[in-house]
Design a protein around this ligand. Sequence first.
Ligand code: COA
Length: 539
Amino acid sequence: MASNSTQTIVIPDLGGAEGVEVIEIAVAVGDTIAVDDELIVLESDKASMEIPSSHAGTITAIHVTVGDQVNEGDALVELELTEAAETGKEESEEQAEPSSPKQQETAPEQSAASMETVETVEVKVPDIGSESAEVIEVLIQAGDKIVAEDSLIALESDKASMEVPAPVSGTVLEVQVKVGDTLSEGDVIAVVEAHLSAQPETQTVSETQKPPLSSEPQPKQATNKPVAAQSTTVMPATDLKEVYAGPAVRKLARELGVDLTQVRATGPRGRLQKDDLHNYIREALSKAREGGGAIPAVPAVDFAKFGEVELVPMSKIDKVTAANMQRSWLNVPHVTQFDEADLSVVDQLRNDWKAQAEQREIKLTPLAFLLKVCALALLEHPKLNSSLHHDQEHFVRKKYVHIGMAVDTPKGLMVPVIRDVDKKDLWQLAQEVIELAEKARQGKLKPADMQGGCFSISSLGAIGGQGFTPVVNTPEVAILGVSKATIKPLWNGEAFMPGKMLPLSLSYDHRVINGADAGRFLTFIVDALADIASFEKDG
Ligand code: COA
């Protein structure tokens, strides 16, 4: 008779959390389960928890599906009780809560408000299985309301990574650690105004915690955690279980429908952070806006199979450059136009002004002249001094002329911007070229020094080469590539005369600029360089 009795198991007290998402259903209709068997897994933005069964029996119905948002008291499963279960639990009520969520051992259902005490406690680092570990993520801030088992910080030692869960529920008063700190057992993480039930064991907040939450990267589960030497060359994981991310990031990914295995992690030792997700989505949106889809990834190759290799970490600048270049290359239909400018007049002027240059202690290279004529060309051809508006329905015409110049530095390519080039004379420009190039090489450029460019010049003249196709520095729409000037025979109508010819290549965004615009612009530059004396009387 007892075996015919049914029981509705409902969602228990979730420690105050509401609308918590079902991320996994661990049972199926027909399953026979014992008391404390896991029924479902819930995950909020702060923690995940397993809901165990309070009764033994056979599942006859499941009332939730993955993705549902549930609250305390919601029907979870229908159970046909086994005899033992019934005799064990004599209650005849129609609904029963399962046992408390597994990690909430200090929050029993009956923790009535009257039994609660408020106390200020220091939450300390528990036994972490090694002497010390580095803080790689701080997940709380002062003022946060936390529920017992919420992740507070993520730690990583040389052997393992783990999230430290809150031992109590309450309000964070003060966070005493920051990313990069090295912590040991007993160090204070935060001060919390804790809501404690009057049970002695809940007072001991610094004592051993339960292991990190079920879907969290456990020390031994961080299978995709590369060794330190590889820490900056993390590839996306191939299996979701291998993804090294906390519950908040996983939850956000699920909400946004992002496959975390596709997201490149930039956190310490390959940990996926919220920013990584945002960057991934931003790039995906920008590709979609431009009509582009996903591009097939280049398959990973084990180069070591073919000979000795060395893994060299990319610098931050290398990574930024790679991302910018790829974005530009994928978004911008590039066309490159070539021409040659006669540098004889520029050389003549540099020669004439040698004494002045020495006196001013400024080295006047062809670059200052190029900056000057490019500014004139941009004023004359405003289409080249524009950007595509992100609404894709306007061009943004700039009334200022700021020009970026590519500088080769030991840490990678940087493009500082010279402001108001049209308003500066050759000496000022030459001076700024020297100063900014120096700053770039010393790694002293500030973000503001590299922003606001309208157009760029990439000069490889001092290095060599007859021509190249530079990549547009988006959102700019054109870039001038400068190669090495060489003496060439020039026909003057009667005879060949030697001329110093400067190869120029203009790459442009064909969405904004057509070939005729670019042709006129480059011709203007070529003519202006030959006629620079009429613009610049004495520099
Ligand atoms: N053709 C021939 N010679 C040239 C030249 C050209 N196009 N441009 C410069 N030179 C000469 C200069 O006149 C100078 O010679 P000098 O001392 O006899 O007068 C010499 O080459 C060295 O010039 P440099 O000190 O490099 O100054 P610059 O003003 O030409 O360039 C930078 C300054 C910062 C742009 C340059 O040093 C640099 O970093 N270039 C690399 C840019 C880059 O990496 N681009 C790649 C982007 S994809």
